[in-house]
Write a protein that binds this ligand. Structure first.
Ligand code: ATP
Ligand code: MG
Length: 385
């Protein structure tokens, strides 16, 4: 019965076939599960590892080292055999229990400086600054000319100042000037705020200063603008608390950096302060920020200049408003306050559903800014009264 035989053989074949295909499928499944288990085991291993502490090397003695742990305490510890060669100042990872040095952290820069300072390429032009022509000329001589024509100074045989200090009342245009000179020399503008430097980065201020200058050299030509310099460089009667010592270290580093770079290099430093009276004379000694530029509260003529700049794109009838008559009503206003007058005048127009500004809007705005200045002054007196 060959026909019957053949039939049963076919059946057996098909059964075997179906078994072998499903066996393949199970094998595949098995493989995937094994992989998953391995991966999860690795992951658990990662959770089990105890964390290493980041410390700093102070001193090396053969196979041991003095390290400084983050809270400031120092220990003498062993260095593991597998660790790369260390030098003082290196960042290292240590075992938490016995503080054995496991390995070096392969970074040279401690901070990402760009995160801590404002870096920009400003676009402010000299025309946008009103009433400071004398100051503009001075800053051009000291900052712009050496950056643009260093050979001129070499020929004459003098060294230009390394930087300038702008001092004056708030809102008079110090930041504006610094940005304008950065724009005119196409320099990178690096803005650091003195009070932030000492408050935010406790214990790290000095290092950060060092790295800011390094960064500036890399991005040269560049201008380092240190606002609120007084927070960093105030005269100290005595250095008592650790906070003061910290400020002092940061300040010393700043002086060291100022002394360190060449006057004809393409990094310039501009400091700004409202309190020149409390500044440590060390920072304005020759060879440091030795050119002092006073930024005054604008006089009548300067106020008109500034008013023209900020009202340039405003919509008003020049015959009716007579802008030349306004500055005499703004005695004692700073540039920032004059700008505020323009903004407020615009708001008065908006409130009255107009798209143009009238003389009354300006007058009301002047009164409003004056009032604000007065209440602010009273608050200030209240603080001490
Ligand atoms: N001389 C000026 N010409 C034109 N605008 C000015 C002038 N002075 C100040 N302003 C306006 O006031 C704003 C604030 O000025 P700026 O930031 O330069 O003041 P500052 O002197 O740096 O003040 P602070 O001491 O408070 O930092 C500027 O953005 C600008 O719009
Ligand atoms: Mg400023």
């Amino acid at each position: 019965m060959p026909a019957k035989e053949a039939k049963s053989k076919n059946i057996i074949d098909s059964i075997m076939y179906s078994y072998s295909t499903s066996a393949n499928q199970y094998e595949e499944e098995n493989r995937i599960l094994k992989e998953t288990v391995n991966r999860l085991k690795e992951e658990i291993g990662r959770y089990r590892d105890s964390p290493l502490m980041v410390c700093e090397v102070r001193e090396i003695f053969g196979a041991s080292a003095i390290i400084r742990i983050p809270n400031g305490n120092q220990f003498l510890v062993n260095i593991s055999n597998d660790c790369d060669k260390l030098k003082s100042g290196d960042l290292i990872l240590v075992e938490q229990k016995n503080l054995t040095v496991i390995r070096k952290v392969p970074i040279t820069r401690r901070f990402n400086v760009e995160k801590f300072v404002i870096v920009e390429k400003p676009t402010i032009t000299w025309e946008e600054i009103g009433g400071l022509s004398h100051q503009i000329q001075e800053i051009q001589e000291v900052v712009e000319l050496p950056l643009k024509k260093p050979e001129l100074f070499k020929k004459i045989g003098i060294t230009p100042p390394k930087g300038v200090l702008l001092y004056g009342e708030p809102g008079t245009g110090k930041t504006l000037l610094a940005k304008a000179v950065a724009a005119s020399t196409n320099s990178t503008f690096i803005e650091v705020v003195g009070s932030e430097l000492v408050q935010k980065f406790i214990g790290e201020g000095a290092k950060l200063v060092k790295e800011i200058f390094e960064f500036a050299r890399k991005k040269a030509p560049s201008i380092i603008f240190i606002d609120e310099l007084d927070a960093l460089a105030a005269k100290r009667i005595e250095v008592g608390t650790s906070g003061e010592r910290e400020v002092n270290r940061t300040f010393m580093q700043l002086l060291a950096e100022l002394d360190g770079f060449k006057p004809l290099g393409n990094v310039k430093v501009i400091g700004a302060t409202n309190r020149k009276d409390i500044l440590d004379p060390a920072v304005i000694r020759p060879g440091r920020l030795d050119r002092l530029i006073s930024i005054p509260i604008p006089n009548n003529e300067a106020r008109l200049d500034i008013l023209k700049i900020h009202s340039k794109s405003m919509n008003f009838d020049e015959k009716k408003v007579k802008i030349e008559l306004l500055p005499s009503r703004m005695e004692g206003f700073s540039g920032a306050e004059i700008k505020a007058v323009c903004t407020e005048a615009g708001y008065f127009a908006i409130r009255n559903d107009r798209t143009y500004v009238t003389k009354e809007d300006f007058l009301k705005a002047i009164d409003k800014v004056k009032q604000e200045e007065k209440t602010e002054g009273q608050d200030y007196m209240g603080m001490f009264g």
